[in-house]
Write a protein that binds this ligand. Structure first.
Ligand SMILES: [Zn+2]
Length: 309
């Protein structure tokens, strides 16, 4: 009899233990590195270190609707896209239906391959599809030109946009309307804005640099100023720039002043000198101070104002 009692006691203990196990919370989901901007809207924003390994400080966005997810920009490589995908999966298991490229530059579009492999449709402006096809493969072959290594680009391939447009396109993710808007050639010919009208949030891509010097090597200053004016007229409360912290219309006004100063001073200096180091130093003195990206000033001189490449 005592042994039967003991067996019952053991059985009861086991049942209590199993019940307790069933009541234990499931393992905590991995922490996402994305910052919540609003319900269903997340971003990498305010990346301070502009190094190749962290996509040159490029921001990226994640928009989650009832039926699926759209990503705004895909970072610089397959490895960086994997980081973004891990952070998305810490938030949602919904399918990533779209990956929007605000423009074709490597830090915003070279992670496309990972999203294409997941079945996401890559979306871009018509001209950016062409630019990516023209410059993408050569960039992958010459990573050192961008301070990168072959290892940084491991597994990275150029995935072409499958959906393109010229003026406007709308995506519906289920309760989350996303408008893609091209105003004019600006940071690049086909740089586009990603607008969430219901939330008054705008992903501006590299049309807006906040706290970073701006790269204008492929830029059209007149169209860029027009695009910034367009943003100032929009019903927008929060703006996620291509580089820098979550911004406001005051930062858009500061960007206009930056570009006007850059263009006037660069033209003035380049009219009397082709000494890149001298022009860069003089421009740095004239431009509004910005904590990150001073090396981009030289790129602006070489590619846009002296047209050495
Ligand atoms: Zn760019």
């Amino acid at each position: 009899m005592p042994s039967v009692k003991r067996r019952v006691a053991v059985l009861l203990t086991a049942l209590v233990f199993m019940s307790a196990c069933l009541l234990l919370p499931s393992p905590v989901a991995a922490q996402s590195g994305l910052t919540k901007i609003a319900d269903g809207v997340y971003a990498y924003a305010d990346v301070r270190n502009m190094s190749p390994a962290n996509s040159f400080g490029a921001n990226a966005g994640v928009i989650i609707g009832k039926h699926g997810i759209a990503v705004v920009d895909t970072l610089v490589s397959a490895r960086e896209a994997d980081r973004l995908i891990r952070d998305i999966r810490a938030l949602s298991a919904l399918p990533v239906k779209y990956a929007v490229n605000t423009h074709w530059h490597l830090d915003h579009a070279f992670g496309n391959c990972r999203f294409a492999a997941m079945g996401a449709a890559i979306i871009a402006h018509d001209s950016e599809k062409d630019k990516l096809a023209l410059h993408g493969p050569a960039t992958l072959k010459n990573p050192q030109m961008y301070g990168m290594t072959a290892q940084d680009f491991a597994d990275t391939t150029i995935a072409a946009p499958k959906l393109t447009f010229t003026d406007r396109m709308t995506i519906d993710l289920g309760g989350q309307r996303v408008e893609l808007i091209h105003v004019a050639p600006s940071h690049s010919d086909g740089s586009l804005l990603v607008y969430l009208p219901d939330k008054k949030i705008l992903f501006a891509g590299d049309v807006l640099f906040t706290g970073y010097h701006a790269f204008a090597g492929d830029g059209d200053i007149d169209g860029w100023l027009k695009t910034l004016d367009y943003i100032l007229d929009m019903d927008v409360a929060l703006i996620i720039p291509g580089h820098g912290p979550v911004s406001s219309k005051n930062d858009v006004i500061a960007m206009k002043e930056y570009l006007i100063t850059l263009d006037a001073k660069a033209k003035e200096l380049c009219a009397r000198s082709d000494d890149v180091a001298y022009i860069t130093a003089e421009l740095l003195k004239a431009l509004p101070p910005r904590a990150e990206g001073a090396h981009l000033i030289q790129g602006n001189i070489v590619y846009k104002y002296l047209k050495k490449n």
